[in-house]
Design a protein around this ligand. Structure first.
Ligand code: IPM
Ligand code: MN
Length: 346
């Protein structure tokens, strides 16, 4: 039986995860869900971020579904590094998968881009790069302060995520991978990325490739987002580019993600890209689509392809009927999508 650890987290996290669970209830009958209270509330109450015992329990699950972590009451970095990044790093979730599609019924802020025309996935490296914490500070707080933050890139880590991107591209219609870095300036890391990309590409003659510097890629995501299929890039570039990709495809409320450990040596984690949004928390107006789509990615990862497709199709149908300007009711969206999934799976 599939065991899923659920971390609703803070703010709208609890609201959107409740909807994702309604959908899982119909898409994956018989799974067990164990809720873990982690995030700002636990930290403020107990000082705990992610106890080792909880880490071990999480490790025993098939996957993790996470809502959102963070609150203004917690100093920046505590939960990001101690919880979110710890899970990604310690569970070796090296593929940070971030699909973006412009669905019928949604609108892009870009003129001349029509629904159906944008369909891309960013394969963001999830365990290295500038997120590795390789740096330090001298003379902190003084006028002579010096801070360094190094980007850690290994051949092993680079090759495995690039290979994953090619495997995904191979399963898609356009079969195209764009490698994004900044090799004209970041010669060491960029050189490794580019060389590794070219070597792996030689093993995939059926997949077309190109390379873009990250500044150009950021521009092209806005000027011609239709041109992208699969993008593979490092941790920080991927963080930035996926916010742009979300923005041009209807906003962060629709952006799903998976922090994937493809070999399944540890659980993968699925989470909406958006945060805890304290400003709208508790009002029942958060869009649960990103959380629901993240549950869809979870299903796909665990090999439930038919259920995953039903979730995608149900979300597409829900979005197609949206009229712009009409307010979102979180629980109603969850009910409707779950009902559609039930109908599709018969
Ligand atoms: C994201 C977030 C995180 C990241 C933060 C909260 C650590 O921005 O998931 O994109 O930078 O990866
Ligand atoms: Mn981000």
């Amino acid at each position: 039986m599939t065991a899923i650890a659920v971390i609703p987290g803070d703010g709208i996290g609890t609201e959107v995860i409740a909807q994702a669970r309604k959908v899982l209830d119909v898409a994956l009958p018989g799974y067990t869900a164990t809720e873990y209270d982690l995030g700002a509330r636990r930290y403020n109450d107990t000082g705990e971020v992610l106890p080792e015992s909880v880490m071990n329990e999480l490790d025993g699950h098939d996957a993790i579904l996470l809502g959102a972590i963070g609150d203004p009451s917690v100093p920046p970095g505590v939960l990001e590094r101690g919880l979110l990044l710890k899970l990604r790093f310690d569970f070796d979730q090296y593929v940070n998968l971030r699909p973006s599609r412009l669905w019928p019924g949604t609108t892009s802020p870009l003129a001349d881009v029509k629904p159906g025309e944008i369909d891309m996935v960013v394969v963001r490296e999830g365990t290295e790069g500038l997120y590795a914490g390789a740096g330090g500070v001298l003379h902190a707080g003084s006028s002579a302060e010096i801070a360094t933050e190094g980007s850690l890139n290994t051949r092993y880590g680079t090759e495995r995520v690039i290979r994953d991107a090619f495997e995904r591209a191979r399963r898609r219609d356009r079969k195209h991978v764009t490698c994004v870095h900044k090799s004209n300036v970041l010669a060491f890391a960029g050189g490794l990325w580019k060389r590794t990309f070219d070597e792996v590409a030689a093993e995939y003659p059926d997949v077309a490739t190109d390379y873009q510097h990250v500044d150009a890629a950021a521009m092209f995501l806005v000027t011609r987002p239709q041109s992208f299929d699969v993008i593979v890039t490092d941790n920080l570039f991927g963080d930035i580019l996926t916010d742009i990709a979300a923005a041009v495809t209807g906003g962060i409320g629709l952006a799903a993600s998976g922090c994937v450990n493809p070999g399944r040596s540890h659980p993968s984690m699925f989470e909406p890209v958006h945060g805890s949004a304290p400003d709208i928390a508790g009002k029942g107006v958060a869009d649960p689509i990103a959380a629901i789509m993240s549950a869809g990615l979870l299903l796909d990862h665990l090999g439930h392809g038919e259920a995953a497709t039903a979730v995608t199709d149900a979300v597409a149908a829900e979005l197609a009927e949206r009229t712009s300007g009409e307010p979102i009711r979180t629980d109603e969206v969850g009910d409707r999508v779950a009902a559609r999934v039930a109908g599709l799976l018969g």
